[in-house]
Design a protein around this ligand. Sequence first.
Ligand code: NAD
Ligand code: UDP
Length: 314
Amino acid sequence: MKKKRVLVTGGAGFLGSHLCERLLKLGNYVICTDNLFTGSEDNIRHLFHHPHFEFLCHDVISPLSVECDQIYNLACPASPRWYQKDPVYTMKTSFLGALNVLELARTTGARVLQASTSEVYGDPDCSPQPESYRGCVSAVGPRACYDEGKRAAETLFFDYRRQYGLDIKVIRIFNTYGPRMSMDDGRVVSNFIVQALKGEDITIYGSGAQSRSFCYVDDLVAGMNALMNSPGDFTGPVNIGNPEEISIKELAETVIRLTGSQSRLAFKELPVDDPRQRRPDIALAKRELGWSPVVRLEEGLKLTIDYFKRLINC
Ligand code: NAD
Ligand code: UDP
């Protein structure tokens, strides 16, 4: 069978680098593009020698021209700290990035997948969140550049399908963690683990009663790949995440226990518009993709702790 040429935008990031690895293992030719805004060559250095891997430094807000059969569009800053640093750029990346990969799919005939997010549900007033839930999102708050950018990208994907018959897939990713999370992008799992390993205070924003549901990266990437290779009439949007819900305070206590740290909890101000809860309804993914997560939270946390231990040499 002919090797597929697969383009991964944002391929030098946390999820993108794991995806590139998986695609290579499955026998594809991988073209990874990234402008290294939040990603790093360190995440993909081990792939540089691979004969079927290619890296192009490219900003997704500019059009790109690459022969390919499949496109995964992951390029976008993903942590609140980074996407709020330059909100105008975040909006441009979301919208123009989507437009550019869709145009590329139109000229090449490639199938194109958008990495959307549970943030399209905003601060949800139902739990768990099914794909039919339309969300509770502020259009003007500090998270809007990301939330509304991703919502606009989803709209564009479905309009390209209706207007031009494009072969699209949309995945809504819930909080994902694992090795190669950036140490300083402010996301909760990396923050807590690094703080615990260094014996620093664990910074809990608000009371810590807000909840999230954390998916291990291998499960997420398997779900993304299953969606890409699903029958053409199944477009999503589909939730991929782990429904095992935990409060942020409980997460802090779990990390302290697993690392054997002496760190103490320090309560800080809750960021504006911080969602109170998030938990995916994954019935659709189970039914249409035969996918469900297999890595339990403590197991995934241990693997992630080992990674950060190696990184900071302790
Ligand atoms: P990440 O920051 O590690 O990866 C994003 C990558 O995109 C980085 O390598 C960055 O340099 C690159 N990038 C950013 N702007 C770009 C631009 N204009 N042009 C080219 N490259 C650009 O984050 P991640 O967690 O790996 O997220 C990957 C994708 O998954 C993002 O689209 C994000 O919105 C989505 N997502 C992630 C999560 C999660 O929990 N990790 C949850 C929901 C959605
Ligand atoms: N959070 C926290 N301490 C931190 C970092 C984050 O209490 O050091 C909280 C944050 O306020 C949010 C949750 O953890 O309620 C998840 O935050 P993250 O930035 O990882 O993801 P998102 O808010 O996008 O779900």
